[in-house]
Design a protein around this ligand. Structure first.
Ligand SMILES: *Cc1c(COP(=O)(O)O)cnc(C)c1O
Length: 396
């Protein structure tokens, strides 16, 4: 007599086997879900998606996303973190949660460009005005704050031009006027300085990061985070987060959980190599300025020194005006180890030439700027690459 097979369509879904509990491994499990199953109607009716006390729906959190949120909160020195699909989405979340028609937002002129574009387009369309201030002059922030100002963005250092602002001074200006502050902490990554405790126990209200950069470290994940210490502020952000439907994929969260333990080591390695290379450029006759906050002579170096112990593996050089943009492009194209592409903080060194006049209201330098993101290759190999590219492009 043969045993009859069960109804396969049902048996393969409602299977009786449960693996034993108690499995422990170095890497956390990856939970994937849109639907979360409740044990009974009472639990379903009592669901609470506002805290990590339980689960309601994949978009509102899984063990995997909760675990990553908690680790990013620790990295930033905050209490609560929200995850979004990119660093830019994290900027958008902060703007959308805190600004309504009639409000004004202040943004450093040297801030990450796409965040400025969001203010010029969508925010302007919704009746939110913006002003760009000079982050290197706290007086410029004082002058820009008006009765409609509801949010001050900070970024340290400035994107591409790398000027390091006096963060405690800017913070003081915003606090005196009772305006909420949000820092784009992508460069510091939670490692270089403590954004929630910059001076005298005072810190920013909101820390946002492109986890795409150092926390991922692979050049293969897009994700952003928004971290706070204040519960009311967190809930305000969380409601907008929920209404916008900005969830993150479990596989991306897994990649971040895998990369995070090596973040401090990688950051230190990128920092050490970048400083060596920035110092090398400082001795080269082709460039008029090396922009690296840890280098004496770079704009805001003293402000960097006052709050930072480390620096990211990122710096820019400004070529002398006598070199045309075309000549500088030829140098960039002659590089072999440095790959041409946006973003940074991965193992591969990257390079991008920038036209400053199209990026800043008041560019401080004439001439072509080239930004380097230093990967994990050896400093010697990267210097050899610079030397051969300068020679090959006739700039040596
Ligand atoms: C890359 C970056 C962002 C945006 O991150 P994405 O994940 O690429 O959207 C925001 N701010 C800074 C300073 C960045 O470098």
């Amino acid at each position: 007599m043969t045993q009859k097979k069960p109804d396969l369509a049902t048996a393969l879904i409602h299977h009786a086997y449960e693996p034993p509990a108690g499995f422990v491994a170095p890497q956390p499990a990856v939970h994937k879900a849109s639907t979360v199953i409740f044990p009974n109607t009472a639990a379903l009716r009592a669901r609470n998606w506002k805290s990590k006390a339980g689960y309601t729906y994949g978009l509102h959190g899984t063990p995997t996303s909760f675990m990553l949120e908690e680790r990013i909160a620790t990295l930033e020195g905050g209490l609560q973190t929200l995850l979004v699909p990119s660093g830019l989405a994290a900027i958008a979340l902060v703007d959308m949660a805190l600004l309504k028609s009639g409000d004004e937002v202040l943004i450093p002129d040297n801030a990450y460009g796409p965040g400025k574009e969001l203010a010029r387009n969508e925010l302007a369309g919704w009746g939110v005005t913006h002003r760009f201030y000079d982050a290197m002059d706290p007086g410029s922030l004082t002058a820009a704050i008006g009765p409609a100002t509801k949010l001050v963005w900070l970024e340290a250092p400035g994107s591409v031009t790398m000027e390091f602002p006096d963060l405690p001074a800017l913070l003081r200006v915003a606090r005196e006027r009772g305006v909420t502050t949000a820092l784009d902490n992508t460069w510091g990554a939670g490692v270089a300085f403590d954004a929630f405790d910059l001076a005298d126990g005072q810190g920013v209200d909101i820390c946002m990061q492109a986890l795409t950069k150092y926390p991922s470290g692979g050049g293969d994940v897009l994700m952003g985070s928004v971290t706070t210490r204040d519960e009311a502020l967190h809930l305000k952000l969380k409601f907008t987060h929920m209404r916008m439907g900005w969830g993150v994929g479990a596989n991306d969260a897994e990649a971040l959980l895998r990369s995070l333990p090596s973040l401090p080591l990688r950051y230190a390695a990128h920092d050490a190599t970048a400083r060596t290379l920035a110092q090398w450029w400082a001795t080269q006759p082709q460039v008029v300025q090396v922009l690296h906050p840890a280098l004496p002579g770079s704009p805001g170096h003293a402000h960097w020194k006052a709050v930072c112990t480390q620096a990211a593996g990122l710096f820019s050089v400004v070529f002398d005006e006598r070199f045309t943009a075309k000549q500088v492009d030829a140098f960039v194209d002659a590089l072999r180890l440095f790959k041409l592409g946006y973003s940074w903080a991965g193992p591969v060194s990257l390079v991008v030439p920038y036209d400053l006049s199209s990026m800043r209201e008041h560019p401080a330098w004439k001439g072509t700027l080239v930004r380097f993101s230093i990967g994990l290759e050896s400093a010697d190999a990267l210097i050899t690459d610079f030397e051969q590219a300068l020679a090959a492009s006739g700039l040596a």
